[in-house]
Design a protein around this ligand. Structure first.
Ligand SMILES: N[C@@H](CCC(=O)N[C@@H](CS)C(=O)NCC(=O)O)C(=O)O
Length: 211
């Protein structure tokens, strides 16, 4: 498999964690999201992902999957061990809710093209953009903090899709210096996850395209 990735992309980071948890090997194809105006906008990459975003996962048969949550659920269906979702339907809904809170409600508002629109089209300065960024993380994390159950992971003793989404979002928060003292459960889950090799190997700084 080939993973179209960017070391700092949190959606790609989620996918790398899932691939590692499943023990799957893959080749990284780096797509630089800012160099040359953003290499995701090249015709070559557009042919791979018409949405011009990472991640994209090219399977051995040539099919290409996009959208990190869809990719991760595909991996979970085809490689069921270890499971990333609980078997109980209610528990599964809670895990998906936490994952979607991050992937659907926080992350899109802080994505590269969203921030570029604020800066370039709406002419906001960097301080305003940073305040925007922190605001959506703080609102989302306040809800997530209340949803986390006794650990060490978000929903108990097993890593789930919720943890896979949480760790990259915490990395983004730290990169933008968003204070995390109000979120001790989130910080504890992040530390527990990063102690696992699958999470550690997926960190931005451990990627072949890291800068
Ligand atoms: N919902 C998508 C989000 C993908 C996404 O927005 N990726 C970002 C990097 S984290 C990207 O490629 N941004 C490029 C751009 O906005 O131009 C997913 O979960 O895969």
């Amino acid at each position: 498999m080939k993973l179209y990735s960017f070391f700092r992309s949190s959606a790609a980071y989620r996918t790398r964690i899932a691939l590692n948890l499943k023990g799957l090997s893959y080749e990284t194809v780096a797509v630089h999201l800012t160099r040359d105006g953003g290499r995701q906008y090249t015709a070559e990459f557009r042919a791979i992902n018409p949405q011009m975003r990472v991640p994209a996962l090219a399977l051995a048969d040539g099919d290409v999957l996009i959208q990190s949550l869809a990719i991760i659920e595909y991996l979970d269906e085809v490689y069921p061990t270890p499971p990333l979702l609980p078997t109980d339907a209610i528990a599964r809904a809670h895990v998906r809710a936490a994952a979607q809170l991050i992937a659907c409600d926080i992350h899109p508002l802080n994505n590269t093209s969203t921030l570029n629109y604020l800066k370039t089209t709406l002419k906001h300065d960097q301080a305003t953009v940073n305040a925007w960024y922190a605001s959506w993380i703080e609102r989302g994390f306040a809800a997530l903090e209340a949803m986390i159950r006794p650990g060490p992971y978000c929903f108990g003793p097993h890593v789930t899709l919720a943890d896979i989404c949480l760790v990259p979002q915490v990395a983004n928060a730290r990169r933008f210096k968003v204070p995390l003292d109000r979120f001790p459960k989130i910080v504890a889950v992040d530390a527990a996850c990063l102690a696992l090799a699958a999470f550690d190997r997926a960190r931005p700084e451990n990627q072949p395209d890291a800068e």
